[in-house]
Ligand binder design. Structure first.
Ligand code: CA
Length: 422
């Protein structure tokens, strides 16, 4: 099989022949159905069903991917291999090319019916930066290096890239005020994260051994855990984030498979001397050797004024996921199920904000503006500590490596609109 597609826009694209992520799309007034991204196009899988395994057709004509992803990794690999063959072997071109639809002509949706969404906190530099704002001498709490910290988020408010970010209302207390007031958040922020889509689930009471965690991961996306810092500061004790986070979570629409990411895996970063080794249920030699993801991450900001003046977006951060994650995706899956909690096909798990250990790769404005005390300056002459109405945040992610063809996760975009008038 050729390593290039006859779809010319695939060359150098996030959606090269080596990626082939799955998603759910619709055309105007059309039904939602599965597709594969290739270059600037979506390949309509239902329309080429005759060229696919007959046994796959039912699951690949659903409006969500839960049933398909529940089949596990070998089915995913077989489909990806077959689609790569169809998109590279010229003999199939006449049959397949008419079933390509421009990505600009379709709407992309959240690809699964999400039963549960959990968000972790494995970005150690983010946890340190945020902790330092509250506890300068002791930024990381003692449990951090033993247990992958997480909380249960809300599935109902997960939306695909492009959904407007309605500024949330809530209780917030000004530093000098006696008590809280109810009103629109004045400290709206983004969080640059990766999302993990669960493929095969596990039964209640049956933890997933870390060595098998990879069999339960269907793929990855970008995730923006929009956060209202003023609501968060007031509400988070003692039970953690609640309304400061669950007003919206945005995801990039394509599920990039572990197979596509395989050439970009790296060893987990060595734990600093003095750090505890993971407990046995979180330790696996294969995961230590190749559990990190060599994914480059970027966040940028454009304000209404910048777009009006045709100024390019302001680069907020650039960094790598592999250097940011203290715990791997396999450790996240193993830990989440370690008490017997059942993960289900289509569940979404966030990694937590991924920041680098320097100032170039900070994954939130809370960190970039040092809690709002150091606003950033934009080419328009504006400054920002947190997001204003009209601001648009774009997350991007891609993988590059020697001897490997570039792939990408695409974009996760959200523009802030003013709060609903109550
Ligand atoms: Ca988060």
């Amino acid at each position: 099989m050729s390593d290039a597609s006859w779809v010319h826009s695939a060359q150098g694209s996030d959606f090269s022949l080596q990626n082939l992520p799955l998603g759910i799309f619709s055309e105007a007034k059309g039904r939602r159905r599965p597709g594969v991204a290739i270059g600037d196009y979506v390949l309509d899988l239902a329309a080429i069903a005759d060229l696919l395994d007959e046994d796959w057709r039912g699951d690949l004509s659903q409006p969500v991917l839960n049933a398909w992803l529940a089949r596990g990794p070998s089915a995913q690999s077989e489909l990806r291999t077959r689609v790569a063959e169809l998109l590279s072997d010229g003999r199939y071109r006449d049959d397949v090319e008419p079933q390509l639809i421009g990505q600009s002509e379709v709407r992309l949706h959240v690809p699964c019916l999400i039963g549960d969404y959990s968000d972790f906190y494995v970005g150690i530099h983010h946890a340190t930066n945020v902790g330092r704002q509250f506890r300068p001498d002791n930024p990381l709490l003692p449990n951090y290096k033993y247990v992958p910290i997480g909380y249960h988020g809300r599935a109902s408010s997960v939306r695909a890239s492009g959904e407007p970010v309605i500024r949330p209302f809530g209780q917030r207390r000004a530093p000098t005020a006696d008590g809280p007031e109810y009103g629109p958040s004045g400290r709206l922020d983004y969080e640059l994260e990766l999302g993990i889509w669960v493929g095969r689930g596990n039964d209640l009471g049956s933890p997933i051994p870390i060595g098998e965690a990879g069999d339960h991961i269907a793929g990855y996306c970008l995730l923006n855990d929009w956060s209202a810092r003023d609501l968060q500061a007031w509400e988070y004790q003692p039970l953690g984030p609640f309304l400061a986070k669950n007003f919206l979570t945005s995801v990039s629409p394509w599920i990039v498979s572990p197979d596509a990411l395989a050439p970009f895996r790296k060893p987990m970063p060595a734990r600093p001397s003095g750090d505890p080794q993971p407990l046995a249920y979180l330790d696996d030699p294969d995961d230590r050797a190749a559990g990190a993801l060599g994914i480059e991450l970027e966040a940028s900001l454009s304000t209404a004024q910048m777009r009006e003046a045709k100024l390019p977006p302001h680069l907020l951060s650039r960094g790598s996921a592999d250097a940011a994650m203290y715990w791997s995706a396999a450790q996240i899956i193993a830990h989440h199920s370690s008490n017997g909690c059942n993960l289900q096909p289509g569940d979404l798990i966030g990694t937590g904000t991924l920041s680098t250990d320097d100032s170039h790769g900070l994954g939130s404005l809370l960190e970039i503006s040092r809690g709002g005390s150091q606003p950033i300056e934009l080419a328009s002459g504006e400054t920002r500590s947190f997001l204003e109405d009209g601001d648009e945040v774009t997350l991007r992610a891609w993988c590059e490596g020697e001897g490997a063809v570039r792939i990408g996760l695409g974009e996760c975009v959200g523009r802030v609109v003013s709060a609903a008038v109550l």
